[in-house]
Design a binder for this molecule. Structure first.
Ligand SMILES: Nc1ncnc2c1ncn2[C@@H]1O[C@H](COP(=O)(O)OP(=O)(O)O)[C@@H](O)[C@H]1O
Ligand SMILES: [Mg+2]
Length: 151
């Protein structure tokens, strides 16, 4: 499914729709090049889950956990860009972070990818048109997303 994201308002709206459907155990895999809008969409989701503070980009820390009551459900925001090998995802304790939590993953391929998980929602962000601000999201959900796909 293709969703047009002409501006930040559209990005926030998609973030709200994902947040409304999100459950522990889910993965939202955010792919796309540098500047595609992965962190922007992750921030929109985290804000829609109730977080009122500033959401740092996890590009340095790699993993930023969020816990209730600041958010509606336990959440991990990760940016795997700096991983040299997928096995490093294990070494930083990703499985423990994910226990009972939803995962928002930037550069998911650097962690080995999550699209094989039924609870993975894959979102590929692309620049809509050279020289234009807008983005396009290609959205695909695993079997667990049937009936709750974000619009
Ligand atoms: N749909 C959009 N329309 C216009 N600008 C956007 C959109 N999505 C993101 N941006 C802008 O693109 C820039 C880079 O986004 P960012 O989320 O940091 O990218 P990434 O995490 O993929 O590297 C930010 O300045 C953001 O405001
Ligand atoms: Mg980013």
């Amino acid at each position: 499914m293709k969703i047009a994201l002409p501006d930040l308002a559209a990005m926030n709206r998609l973030g709200r729709n994902i947040a409304a459907a999100l459950r522990p155990g889910d993965v939202v895999a955010l792919s796309g090049g540098l500047g595609a809008g992965k962190t922007t969409l992750a921030r929109a989701i985290i804000a829609a889950l109730g977080y009122e503070g500033e959401v740092p980009s996890p590009s340095f820390a790699i993993v930023e956990p969020y816990a209730p009551p600041a958010v509606r459900l336990p959440l991990v925001h990760a940016d795997f860009y700096r991983l040299a090998h997928p096995r490093e995802a294990e070494e930083i304790g990703l499985d423990d972070y994910r226990e009972g939590a939803a995962l928002l993953a930037e550069w998911p391929d650097h962690a080995g990818g999550f699209a094989h998980e039924p609870a993975c929602l894959s979102i590929a962000l692309e620049i809509a048109e050279a020289g234009h601000e807008g983005r396009i999201a290609i959205v695909e959900g695993g079997a667990d997303w049937l009936g709750r796909m974000p619009q």
